[in-house]
Unconditional design. Sequence first.
Length: 352
Amino acid sequence: MNILVTHRAVDIATYKMLGLLSRNESFKIYVAVPSEKEKAKLEGNCIPLQIPSITSKFSWKVIRTLRKYVKEYHIDIIFSPSTSGLSNSLFATVGTNVKNVGYRGTQAKVKKFDPTYYMGLLNPRVDHIVCETEDIQEYLSRYIDEKKLSVSVKPFDTAWVADACLHPKQADGVPEDAFKCIYIGTTKGRPFKGLTYLIKAFQILNAPNAHLVVIGDYDNSDYELAQKGAGAERIHFLWNREDAIYFLPKQDLFILPALRDASPRVVREAMACGVPCIVTDIPGARDLIVDNESGLLVPSASPDKIADAMRLLMNDRVKLQKLAKASRERIVNDFSVEAYVAYFDKLFVSLS
């Protein structure tokens, strides 16, 4: 079976899955990549094919290139982890027997009357969509035949944080003996990420020994809120950093304050680093932890409850350490790469 993968939105978990799957003699996997940097990420027996960058749902250059590869390499299935890749692939495979597989990892609402959705996600020529969480599958089933939908949560390998654990970093001004909290996320223009609630929770906590590190872009309103409230000098904004993951291992706690956030990888990164998490009780994200065993669930949009959970763990280091140990064990036991590979093996075979 010949499978072509469009590069856009391919992450480390997908590259690992493709690499392992490519060692199966039943599959020949081609990955369309736009640069040497992406090519270097390929693993196993994956075969790179040059393609222009996919930056929109319709690009003649991308479509022509994909169609050329479909014919030249007798492609059976195209897997597109992004909506733009899926849209271009659908155009490229008009009049062929190629099966198109998409991916949906966001809880963003489908706009049924927006014609651009019919270029990809809602196009009847899409043969299957891999959903990151069960709630995404349930939502899409309102618009798409349930037989075309299935769920597979992305895996995580502790090896992916090994270097961060060996060479951890800390923000300037955070004492070694402080109660160290962290949030990592892109929040600018995205109030549903809940950074405002986390800042308010930290101010309610108002613990002289607590410090909060925030990594990622943010709105000025959140920065100003932090500067005006209690403990402003103990909230450290580091903006965007490519080495964000290196700041996880030294923290006592990771907090996800989102109102919606599907199945955020950063929670898995924290757990793999042995950092327990406080996670808002929202679809998808809440499935990453076992409440009171490998983390704590709190109501969304509730800074008081977030502050209560922070205070609980700050005052109970034994419980904090138990959660930390269980967090890492959950990653190892319940988010294996092997299960992810087996899922795609079965899916691709079923479509052949």
